[in-house]
Write a protein that binds this ligand. Structure first.
Ligand code: HEM
Ligand SMILES: *[C@@H]1O[C@H](CO)[C@@H](O)[C@H](O)[C@H]1NC(C)=O
Length: 323
């Protein structure tokens, strides 16, 4: 990168500002431009290595940023390990046996600490790693906004509540109101849900959908029963792709599988089940450009949920514990 304020980045920033409209002025794309000019290539190299080892890791890193932002804002609270004094978020229902990629975040953090010690927050690392993951898996590229700081605490209770990260049993109306409570629209919901174009789900989360639901293609349900036994406790951690066609490519094909009722999660199929979001699913399935631009817009809005800034919180040295 030649200079901190290239005309290209100013142009992109203006376009993003125009698209987002209500963008939070506290975060900025050039936040570390002077204090950590090597930040982006440093993060990217570690994410690339992790994804070339295991493509699914891109999905896991993207989900970590979502799980961070939805619980008390994007403050890396979900990265804190439990201590005798703090019950963190890692054992809460949406994360237990499910959230992964913490070791990769550790690797990114140590690489970043080598080039600019004590400068870059874990919350910003999550946002950059999520963006890189999408792009490396052949999705769009965008400029992330930065300047978040790290929380001094975490909340098991908030992370274990259905008002936090919605469960896979959610109806469309509860998904819409959950997102609304975080300042995200129904359009943001459908676009961000497109993140399920990559990654895997566990049998425990889709068992009821493939054995009991009617809003699912019958032969697709039957095919998935082979790896997800009917009785709970059996094969709970067996995996199925969220996008059955292209599970390691970030594309709009996920939306096409919703149209044919070949979605592994109940809540995913709620987006296309005769309700108010059907039309958007159709639009995204037909138009990857529309999906990509709404997804970017949604990621920037999600990344702006209640960040700690200025002198709030801290810059953690180790993302797993407070300094
Ligand atoms: C809106 C409601 C959402 C619900 C109900 C939901 C639910 C789920 C569930 C149940 C899983 C499977 C977890 C498991 O079985 O271990 C999953 C995986 C995943 N979710 Fe979501 N999710 C939602 C939104 C999002 C958003 C907004 C993003 C990111 C922007 C996201 C990204 C992912 C990714 C990438 C995976 C795969 C992770 C991996 O393979 O490690 N999800 N989600
Ligand atoms: C966390 O949530 C799960 C699922 O809703 C519930 O079964 C469990 O009892 C909760 N755990 C605690 C400690 O509140």
């Amino acid at each position: 990168m030649a200079s901190c304020f290239s005309s290209m980045s100013i142009l992109v920033a203006l376009v993003v500002l125009f698209l987002v409209g209500n963008s939070d002025a506290q975060l900025s794309t050039d936040f570390y431009c002077k204090t950590c000019p090597q930040l982006f290539p440093t993060v990217r190299a570690v994410v690339e290595a992790a994804i070339s080892k295991e493509a699914r890791m891109g999905a896991s890193l993207l989900r970590l940023h979502f799980h961070d932002c939805f619980i008390n804002g994007c403050d890396a609270s979900n990265l804190l390990d439990d201590t005798p004094y703090l019950k963190g978020e890692k054992t809460a229902a949406p994360n237990l046996n499910s959230a992964r990629g913490f070791e990769v975040i550790d690797q990114i953090k140590s690489a970043v600490e080598q080039v600019c010690p004590g400068v870059v927050s874990c919350a910003d690392i999550l946002a950059i790693a999520a963006k890189d993951s999408v792009n490396i898996l052949r999705g769009p590229e965008w400029e992330v906004k930065l300047g978040r700081r790290d929380a001094l605490t975490a909340s098991f209770a908030a992370a274990n509540s259905s008002n936090g990260i919605p469960p896979a049993t959610s109806s469309l109306s509860s998904l819409i109101s959950n997102f609304q409570s975080k300042g995200l629209s129904a359009r943001d919901l459908v676009a961000l849900y497109g993140a399920h174009t990559i990654g895997q789900a566990r049998c425990a989360n889709y068992r009821a959908h493939i054995y009991k639901d009617s809003n699912i293609d019958a032969s697709f349900a039957r095919a998935n029963q082979a790896t997800c036994p009917k009785n709970s406790g059996n094969g709970d951690n067996n995996l199925a792709p969220l996008d059955p066609q292209t599970p390691t490519t970030f594309d709009n094909i996920y939306f096409k599988s919703l149209l044919t009722k070949k979605s592994i999660l109940h809540s995913d199929q709620e987006l296309y089940n005769g309700g108010s979001t059907d039309l958007l699913v159709q639009t995204y399935s037909a138009n990857s450009g529309a999906f990509n631009s709404d997804f970017i817009n949604g990621m920037i809005k999600m990344g702006n949920i209640k960040p700690l800034t200025g002198s709030q919180g801290q810059i953690r040295t180790n993302c797993r514990r407070i300094n």
